[in-house]
Write a protein that binds this ligand. Sequence first.
Ligand SMILES: Cc1cc2nc3c(=O)[nH]c(=O)nc-3n(C[C@H](O)[C@H](O)[C@H](O)COP(=O)(O)OP(=O)(O)OC[C@H]3O[C@@H](n4cnc5c(N)ncnc54)[C@H](O)[C@@H]3O)c2cc1C
Length: 426
Amino acid sequence: MNMSTHVPLPVVGLSGFESRLSEEEAGAQAALHRFAAEVMRPIGREIDRLPADQAYQSGSPFWQFHQEVAKLGLGPDALVGLEPAMAARMEAIVMEELGWGDAGLAVSTGAGAMPMLMAQASGSQELIDLCAGKLGCWAATQPDRGSDGLILYAAERYPGSQGNKGNLQASFVGDEIVINGQTSAWVSNGAVAQVALLDIVADYGEGVYGSDGTTYGCNVIVPLDQKGISRGRPLEKLGKRALPQGEIYFDSVRVPRRFAVATRDDYEFKHAHAWAHAGTAMSHISAGLARAAFELALTYVHERRQGGAMLAQHQLTQYRIGVIGTKVEAIRSMARHVAEYTKCSPRAHPYFTAAGKAFCTSEMMTVVNESLQLFGGVGLTREFPIEKLLRDARAMQIEDGENNILFTHYGYLLSQLHQQESWARA
Ligand SMILES: Cc1cc2nc3c(=O)[nH]c(=O)nc-3n(C[C@H](O)[C@H](O)[C@H](O)COP(=O)(O)OP(=O)(O)OC[C@H]3O[C@@H](n4cnc5c(N)ncnc54)[C@H](O)[C@@H]3O)c2cc1C
């Protein structure tokens, strides 16, 4: 027996301890990584320093990015033909690299495809044509309806309270849908999108409330060059500045009823589907962002000397790098697990996806924060990209559902499984 006393270094890939990427997956990862490094990072940093009023104007780096990313063919039909588990893995690889490049531009790309995703799911060629080549947005929140839009069960509301009807409603009248009100300022791409997937409260002729006080809902695809639509100014914000956000106002905007992709009977199901899709994308993006921060920290501790040696040579630094490196692997594993379950389970649930999003983004926050801490004071300056990553990561604790709320929904789900299906009874 040939016993070696030397343990060789392990096999690692671009994204970390990756043991089984197929040739196609490795090829896609390498191509996306190049794009993220050469196109997304420079453009993301450039937009980050511009005032919001200038950042998204026609001809700006934001639109240059969208021209470039469109050439990659990453739209919803890119995964057609792959069996669900393979599609989930490929999506994970792609979204992680985009998140590594720039989390704001990654979300802009993902949110931009939401109307097309639902148009394709509806099978309506008219809606597919309507969304083709346009930057989209998913408008689900309003000034008075933030976390409340994510409540799926009446029992989760405060006892005696009704559902929140928010500030934007659709009225179904004959063959038309009439839309009035406004979105929140937080709709990703809202300030510039050309088409919207509205995920809002609806009146089908009997008011907006069902018998248990829950609101009726609908998903409608709306071209945003219509009469009666106006916009707020792009939001000035702490992080994710490469992602344009802003209000969209609707003043008696009319679209044909056939533009609805979910109505009274199938709304809850399709809302859950869209939200779960967004949650998986957020998890992969946070894996990419966490890895980007970790790589910066790992590089820096091999450049900075203190205590008579490189930081990397001190045991304390090795421990700290070990902790955040482990978290990066855990975030990726969780993101892929949730994505695979969501795509492959015969009955997935957005509260599980939400738990994945909350876990991945909160662990990511710890990784980015500790990475900045390893830089010491210079980490706070604009000389180093780590401060931008911290600002981008902070936004993701609230985006697509505030994390405490998401963990609460998951806890409610676990309790229901326990009570109703005797699941996990000790
Ligand atoms: C970067 C970014 C991108 C976004 N993109 C989109 C988008 O594309 N489309 C879209 O529609 N929206 C988008 N949003 C909006 C996002 O979904 C909301 O910000 C989020 O759901 C929280 O809502 P809110 O900001 O109104 O906070 P609120 O719901 O007002 O919450 C404020 C605080 O109150 C707490 N809270 C809320 N409800 C309860 C309760 N019942 N019990 C106890 N505490 C509670 C929360 O935990 C939170 O700490 C985005 C937000 C961000 C930051």
